[in-house]
Design a protein around this ligand. Sequence first.
Ligand SMILES: [Zn+2]
Length: 381
Amino acid sequence: MTAPGPPDSPLSRRAARALRDEGDRRARTTDSTSFSPFVLPDDLVGADAAATSRARGATPAPGEADGPTRHARPRRIARVGVIAAVVAAGALLVGAAAAVTGMVSGAAPDDSAAAAAHVAAAPPPVSELPVPTVEQTPVSTDICADPAVIAALEASDDAGAIEAAGGAEWFRIAVAGGAAPCVDLTDPTRLWVVINKTLQFDPVDYWPADMMFPEGVRSLEGGSLRADASGALTAMVTGAREAGVGEIALLSGFRSFNSQMATYGRHVDARGVEGADLVSARPGYSEHQSGLSGDVVPCAGPCGTLDDLAGSAQGEWVEAHSWEYGWIVRYVDGATDVTGYLPEPWHLRYIGPELARAYHDGGWTSLEEFFGLPPAPAYVG
Ligand SMILES: [Zn+2]
């Protein structure tokens, strides 16, 4: 007799065997007047009893001599019914186990192929089922609900606000997720300010406070930086020298609205507006106006040009290590569609060591993507 249901399922076979035996037992002992799906008709009970008696060597009761033969078929049908019911129940159990396994393993419950594979295979013990793990995807929570964040912002303590938010990555997630309404990405006084072709300085002629010339750094055009960026550039240039890669100089640091007008104007004269926009910002849109950006060049005695940095030991070191000092290479290869600028390996932007580490660790290639902002490839209007 071939039992319906999953042929390779130990559970089904075991359950079928156990319940078939149970069916036999009940068929032999159940009061025929009681209702049960496993109760056999009286004649079958009699046939079964007669067969049992013969097996035990008992003398057949009168009138039952031909019973076993005559009633064999109905009895088998009844057994098939019992077994079918049992196997069906077993199959349901296996199916349920497969469905649970499917859900646990992440498979779609209605994936018939996957379900068939699970049914065909022996279901593992519950103790061996994979334990579902919740991916560590931080949920954006309003960091501005934390008084410590607000207090740090009011004290102009950017690093303190980031720390109070749970660190740079949590800060970034909150900002990118719209859960940081107190963090203004257009505030030019903040480390996290984003200046691009769609985000102009406000006020447009913004002028940073606390400007200074970086100590111990050759400044070729008299460039200055905001105090925190200035100290960080000194540290970076020192780090490069101590690493043995040579001298790094600051070619251009802060540029005011008016000086950027002159710079951009020269590029327009040389290559037209479209060409100029790929390599230079219009006044009011240049990161240099924040005091947080600097263009650096390699020096070996005399200093090279901006274009000399990429192929130099200093350039290689800057690309790998500038983040350790709070700097990022703002315009990298492959991000022109987002930033609107051709790659500028020499243009560094200071965002502080905490954010720079998160930027580096996350493999980000633009501040826009880092903070969940839309691309800014072109000026609006
Ligand atoms: Zn620059």
